[in-house]
Design a protein around this ligand. Structure first.
Ligand SMILES: [Zn+2]
Length: 462
């Protein structure tokens, strides 16, 4: 806690605030945890601490609306303190935690427990997503009105997917009534069955059971129809397949209240990564190998850090996700940060749990694939981490407007560094990007005017 007064002057940075169409060199003055002014030649009160943001980007605090903090009940993998510490290191000032915990977050009491614990132990703001169905079992609706009153910002059965369309329709009707977005992990169980990787060339070569792209696309189509039928806002989580992007693009043109998110692993890696680093760098990773330099990161065949749900897909799917991000079809970026213990992942591919960590690498990977690769402007990328998730969830966040909460991220888009999973602030190490050279890194994370994490103390007394 370097700035106990919650007041701070950030000087010399390039301020990018997409919600206000602002992109210019400017200072940002924070007083009592709120944005007080943005501009040049500000006159701060005497004695206020200065933070030199020269050469850096200063933007609204980044929001990750898809994070598994594993509380309650799975704290060997992660807890509120470690998960939010990792988020802060990644440049995130707010996260939304998923309800597939033990027990599931499907009652007002559990929501209250997480919110109360998060204020004591969390380093960044924690917003809670409640379950759609009791125990995420897909059979009976959770008390959606009670969850809303307890403060959830959305409902989702993430990790699972409501298969019964009539039940999902009712969930949408309640969500609409309570003005909650429905976030959906799109997976058709009858098509996916027990698939563990993308169904395609590599699943055949490796002899692993396939998880076909259609297993996602069918549910995206279902969600479009239900959003149209009920008028509820449905948000499709972690899109991985080309067909999903095409469906979403067409539906959005018609004005259907539907949206989508993408995670870096789906637009950096492909299913070739499951066949090991050599296969990946030789084929689908060619374009990325140059930046890694001579010593390419290595991993074995059947590396369980390449197992997630939905799975890494083909190069064609990856291209479609990138195009969807570039043309605005996919409005939101997030990590699906899913920590697991080493002993859980150190098993045969078939038996390993799905998921990888992500909050510390997502900003860099997004910058690399979208901004440095010239697919998207810097403001366009920042909007997908700030304004857009805030709008979906009706959070009073995601801007540097005067009077807004002083959640601010300072990052260096050009900083080159190597991610070492063992240095992560997360409890878990399950990242496929261990040893990768990355470009772009958070320098300081400011929540309510307090620097909760900074790369190095650049504070100088005024
Ligand atoms: Zn999911």
């Amino acid at each position: 806690m370097l700035a106990p007064m919650n007041s701070l002057l950030l000087t010399g940075g390039r301020v990018v605030d997409p919600a206000n169409h602002f992109d210019s060199p400017a200072d940002v003055l924070i007083i009592d945890g709120k944005i007080s002014a943005v501009g040049r030649n500000l006159s701060p009160p005497k004695g206020i601490e200065h933070f030199n943001a020269g050469g850096k980007i200063v933007c609204p605090g980044l929001i990750d609306l898809h994070v598994h903090l594993r509380e309650p009940g799975q704290t060997a993998k992660e807890n509120l303190a470690t998960g939010t510490a990792a988020a802060a290191r990644g440049g995130f000032t707010s996260v939304v935690c998923m309800p597939n915990t033990s027990p599931a977050i499907d009652t007002a009491g559990t929501v209250a427990l997480i919110r109360e614990r998060a204020t004591r132990e969390g380093v960044v703001n924690v917003f809670v997503a409640g379950a759609i169905t009791k125990n995420i079992a897909g059979e009976e609706l959770a008390p959606i009105g009670g969850l809303k009153r307890a403060g959830v910002v959305a409902i989702t059965d993430d990790g699972h997917c409501v298969q019964n369309h009539e039940l999902m329709r009712h969930a949408c009707q309640y969500a609409k009534m309570f003005e909650l977005p429905v976030m959906d992990h799109c997976q058709d169980y009858s098509l996916v069955t027990d698939g563990v990787m993308h169904e395609g060339y590599w699943s055949t070569v490796l002899g692993l059971r396939g998880w076909p792209a259609a297993g996602e696309e069918v549910i995206v189509a279902r969600n479009i129809l239900l959003a149209e039928l009920t008028g509820a806002r449905i948000h499709c989580q972690h899109l991985s397949a080309a067909g999903s992007v095409a469906l979403l693009r067409e539906a959005k043109k018609r004005g259907v209240p539907i949206s989508g998110e993408a995670c870096p692993h789906h637009f950096v890696l492909t299913d070739a990564a499951v066949a090991g680093s050599e296969e990946f760098w030789n084929v689908d990773g060619k374009g990325l190998a140059k930046f890694q330099g001579g010593a390419l990161p290595e991993w074995p065949k059947y590396d369980t850090n390449c197992k997630m749900n939905p799975p890494l897909r083909s190069a064609r799917d990856r291209k479609a996700i990138l195009e969807g991000l570039a043309d605005g079809t996919i409005e939101i970026l997030c990590s699906d940060h899913a920590p697991h213990c080493d002993y859980e992942k150190e098993v045969e591919f078939d038996y390993a749990p799905f998921g990888i960590t992500g909050v510390e690498t997502e900003l860099a990977l997004s910058l690399m694939q979208l901004v440095h690769a010239k697919r998207l402007s810097l403001a366009g990328l920042i909007a997908k981490f700030t304004e857009n998730p805030a709008r979906l969830l009706s959070l009073n966040k995601g801007t540097l407007s005067v009077g807004a909460d002083a959640d601010v991220t300072v990052f260096d888009p050009d900083c080159e560094w190597v991610f070492r999973a063992e240095e992560s602030a997360s409890k878990s190490r399950n990242s496929p990007f261990n040893g990768w050279k990355l470009k772009g890194r958070a320098v300081a994370t400011i929540v309510g005017g307090e620097i909760v994490w900074s790369e190095k103390s650049e504070l100088v007394a005024a």
